[in-house]
Write a protein that binds this ligand. Structure first.
Ligand code: KG4
Ligand code: ZN
Length: 347
């Protein structure tokens, strides 16, 4: 077995640390900050950064204890260095750089979205290796991104199409906020949608007329708001109406994502479809894509629920593959890059 890799993720509001060896997740600690941000209805960057500082070292110690390892057993450290909130990223990056120097192990910076996608290769101890092969199609859906990629290898992805406005997770969260559903909106809307009627409200399905792989969710959000306001003008919404609105909204998001993913798979001639990112936990989306893939004869690889939301195991998993390919970074130089648009390495 190759030496275990420690993965650190602090790009947004979760302080997460994972340990992975040969794709096997040995530890996955997530110190959630949800209660701290819930009263603001969203993530406050400065609050996130300050709490990462408090949580990061205890999370690393706890992950090492869970895996029954000491720093001497580690073969490297991986850290999310892009994209994300700058103050939040900096806590992870500075911690990883310092520990890599102190423990004398290699360091690699990873891209958050690439790590989400590569999490499709992770497995639990005792499970067989995941037989997913490149190239594959990946739909990455999170709070900040909604994109389709052709994936050729660890960290090698070509963008095929993306949302022109809101990310799917952002749309869920904004819709939830309008409806008075508590933060974090996505999982709560998903839960309410389970028992709602998705046919009660007719909502737009995005960019149906286009031939490219662009997506859009802002029109859907506006249409949902107009329905909501018309109903609210008649009095407070009853529980059934809230559930039906959630189910109708979720179905419209899912219909668009499934439609564009199907087109991408056919256009690219790819047989394997990975679903990754926080919104990959959505039950409606998992079911919709599973159904489409079965109908089209495609293989479907949803990231297991445990590794959909932000986590350290996905960072360790991609980091291990990059380190194995000889792509270490200089611990004196690795930068945090909030936009993720800047290429990590020149040349
Ligand atoms: O990947 P992630 O944990 O953080 C980012 O990188 O953004 O994704 C968080 C997003 C949030 O918008 C959250 O509401 C959404 O994922 N989300 C969901 C579900 N679980 C998380 N959206 C819909 N249904 C869910 N079950
Ligand atoms: Zn994420």
């Amino acid at each position: 077995m190759n030496a275990a890799i420690l993965g650190i993720e602090t790009s947004c509001d979760d302080t997460a640390v994972g340990i992975v060896a040969d794709g096997v997740v040995l530890a996955n600690r997530v110190a959630s900050q949800i209660p701290l941000h819930a009263r603001f209805g969203g993530v406050v960057p400065e609050v996130a950064a300050r709490n990462h500082l408090l949580s990061i070292l205890p999370a690393i110690e706890a992950a090492l204890a869970d895996a029954h390892l000491t720093p001497r057993d580690l073969g490297g450290i991986a850290v999310t260095h892009q994209p994300g909130l700058i103050g939040a990223l900096l806590v992870g990056v500075q911690t990883a750089r310092t520990l890599a120097l102190c423990w004398n192990v290699p360091l690699v910076g990873v891209d958050h979205i690439q790590a989400h996608v590569w999490a499709a290769k992770l497995r639990w101890p005792g499970d067989a290796a995941v037989p997913l092969q490149v190239p594959f199609l990946a739909l990455a859906v999170s709070g900040g991104h909604t994109s389709l990629y052709r994936v050729m290898g660890p960290g090698q992805m070509t963008l095929l199409g993306r949302t022109l406005d809101d990310a799917a997770g952002e749309a869920f969260d904004k819709f939830a906020r309008l409806l008075g559903v508590p933060y974090p909106g996505g999982p709560n809307v998903d839960a309410l949608a389970q028992s709602g009627d998705p046919t009660r409200f007719v909502l737009p399905r995005g960019m149906r007329g286009r031939s490219d792989l662009a997506m859009s969710f802002s029109g859907l959000k506006t249409a949902a708001r107009l329905h909501m306001e018309a109903l609210q003008a008649q009095g407070p919404l009853d529980e059934t109406t809230v559930r039906d609105l959630c189910a109708s909204f979720q179905q419209a998001v899912v219909a668009q994502l499934v439609h564009v993913t199907q087109r991408a798979a056919i256009q690219e001639g790819l047989q394997d479809v990975v679903l990754a990112g926080g919104v990959a936990a959505n039950q409606g989306l998992r079911a919709g894509l599973a159904q489409m893939c079965a109908a089209q004869g495609l293989r479907f690889w949803p990231v297991p629920l445990a590794w959909c939301g932000d986590n350290g195991a996905m960072v360790a998993g991609l980091g291990a593959a990059l380190l194995a390919a000889g792509q270490a970074d200089d611990p004196h130089e690795l930068d945090a890059v909030p936009t993720g648009l800047v290429k990590k390495r020149a040349g």
